[in-house]
Design a protein around this ligand. Structure first.
Ligand code: KIV
Length: 269
């Protein structure tokens, strides 16, 4: 393939990613968005075949896949490995990959690492924070890579904040959220994830924000859609289930049932 052909192919791929992000953006005010995390090929394929709109390769994988206590140990190498696995399922859903902590300390790092995630198969990237991230969002968006914001409770700041704290509890916090959203929208995000925000504040925030707001732990019907951690949904990580999660299956029990049946069968023969 010539260099020109390679470039044309790359541009086509980039346009497809932008179309997917624009399609999510266009859902605002039409129907609610159903998003789930996915960290591996089979889960991505199953969720995509079920019709999910967006697959988030979240840095929550640090906890529910890699066994770390929080997301602060997650590296770019972890994210590239799992993003590539999800992308191998060739999902119709938009593949959104998290920029992990310390991978976007400045606009140059943010763009370089966003490009690495896209090369691994992500359609778009997500980073945590509002006003102070606007310049980095702009750098990534200007390079043609769609960006999703993340406001409210920010898991990458769990150590600084001394725990996971609900946001939007005071008028000042609510105003700061809105200010953050305005900066992110101005910088070009196609959607915002809103985590652990008081439901009434999340509802107001969603109405005031021109891009889709995808909620988690922010009230059940307050936002333009919901994102859930897949292990919370299917019940495969029983050691910690957030209070707002609504499990639809008990995969942990099924795995143990199958394992016990297998152990019994093998040991008896
Ligand atoms: O990493 C993740 O799974 C997330 C969700 C909690 C929104 O960011």
């Amino acid at each position: 393939m010539t260099e020109a052909e390679q470039l044309a192919r790359q541009e086509k791929r980039q346009e497809k990613k932008q179309r997917k992000a624009a399609a999510i953006r266009a859902l605002k005010g039409t129907r609610r968005i159903a998003a789930l995390t996915a960290y591996d090929f089979p889960t991505a394929r199953l969720l995509d075949e079920a019709g999910v709109d967006l697959l988030l390769v979240g840095d929550s994988l640090g906890m529910v896949v890699l066994g770390f206590p929080d997301t602060t140990a997650v590296t770019m190498e972890h994210m590239l490995h799992h993003t590539a696995a999800v992308a191998r399922a060739k999902p119709a859903a938009l593949v959104l990959a998290d920029l992990p902590i310390r991978s976007y300390n400045n606009p140059d790092d943010a763009l370089a690492n966003a490009r690495r995630l896209v090369a691994a198969g992500a359609d778009a990237v997500k980073l945590e924070g509002g006003l102070r991230q606007a310049e980095k969002v702009r750098a990534i968006v200007d390079a043609g890579i769609p960006v999703c914001g993340h406001l409210g409770m920010l898991p990458q700041r769990v150590l600084e904040e001394g725990g996971y704290r609900k946001k939007g509890k005071t008028p000042e916090q609510a105003a700061a959220l809105q200010e953050g959203a305005e900066a992110l929208v101005e910088a070009g995000v196609f959607a915002i994830i809103l985590e652990s925000v008081v439901a009434s504040v999340a509802e107001k925030f969603t109405r005031a924000t021109p891009v889709p707001v995808i909620g988690i732990g922010s009230g059940e019907t307050t936002c333009d859609g919901e994102v859930a951690v897949v292990t919370d949904l299917v019940g495969s990580y029983p050691w910690f289930v957030p209070p707002f999660a609504t499990p639809e299956a008990d995969v942990a029990a099924e795995i143990q049932k199958a394992a016990r049946a297998y152990i019994g069968r093998v040991q008896q023969t």
